[in-house]
Design a protein around this ligand. Sequence first.
Ligand SMILES: *Cc1c(COP(=O)(O)O)cnc(C)c1O
Length: 392
Amino acid sequence: MSLDLARLRAETPGCAHVLHLNAAGSALPSKRTLDATLDHLRCEAEIGGYEAAAKAHDDLEGFYPSIARLIGAAPDEIAFVENATRAWDLAFYSLDFEPGDRILTCVSEYSSNYISYLQVAKKTGAEIVVVPDDNYGQIDLGALERMVDRRTRLVSVSHVPTQGGLVQPAEAIGRITKQAGVLYLLDACQSVGQLPVDVDRIGCDFLSMTGRKYLRGPRGTGFLYARRATTAHIEPIFLDNHAAKWTDDNAYTVRDDARRFENWERYFAGVIGLKVAADQANELGMEPIWARLRALADDLRGRLATVKGVTLTDLGEVKGAIVTFAVAGVDHVDLRARLRAQAINVSVSTQFSSRLDLKGRGLVNVMRASVHVYNTEEELDHFVAALEQAIG
Ligand SMILES: *Cc1c(COP(=O)(O)O)cnc(C)c1O
């Protein structure tokens, strides 16, 4: 089944205003997602926040099965969290590390995650081990297999980095962690909504995700997946009266589902908006979305390769919807501003988002153009023409 592109565009209000190549930053939501979010905010203002939540009970509860369906999980393995970083933190900081424990990660790891490794290493004496890349620029699976040992407490990688088209071989990593009996935390912030993600096929124990990127949900939303079979014994680093019950003067019990990672107050309109966004992805189907995004991104890479001064910088055997490139002799930040003045949205990824990767490749920063289903070949024409003109 292929996508109805004209309809997808017509149902995305932002398409009338901008040429948006920044899905990896924050994608354009559909009108349906926008309306669901706004309707709930309006309802809160009209009848009261608690009363609006009671009225929207079914939609709010529907969040869990909708997300679960998207990633092949069970509804009780999903927690709503306000963004991917906090979702990831909730999993990571809930683990007890001891001196000599090893955390294995990849070269292209996201900066916030790496900062957390550094902090925990400093506090606990755990060690960070960066598994090298193979010739494709993705994690070297042979090296990973050799490096996973008795001291390894966690394998933690980003599925798709913020700074490029690379898609890490998440399933192959999962086979190695399963074999070794090691916990596997997957940062799927750029992959869910972009490509089919199935937690059982991948074999991850935790997965963190944000709403606003490839899922096209509202900002300030995200979720954590926690596999029941392997993580049910892990008590969250934070507890409150939503995650736990105060059962006796000196005792509490913790929820036994993944909602133990949640807290009480949240962005209810965002929960509903993200549910609708996930429903839409489920309805369109992740296979057709992935096929379309890969085709568009490959098309864009092909066009950029012919532009004088442009070098493509995406790594990996499989390349996805995030297209990055460098332009010789041009200040990328300035270029982004010049394009934005023409209502063309692209981004710049810097060493602050992935130091080891970009620094290792001698790149200060890269231009990033990330496509989504509402983008067209005509927009790519327009973008490349504007780029050529801007770099003169
Ligand atoms: C954007 C991003 C994050 C952070 O997501 P937030 O929702 O901003 O917390 C984490 N990991 C990767 C790979 C990202 O691209």
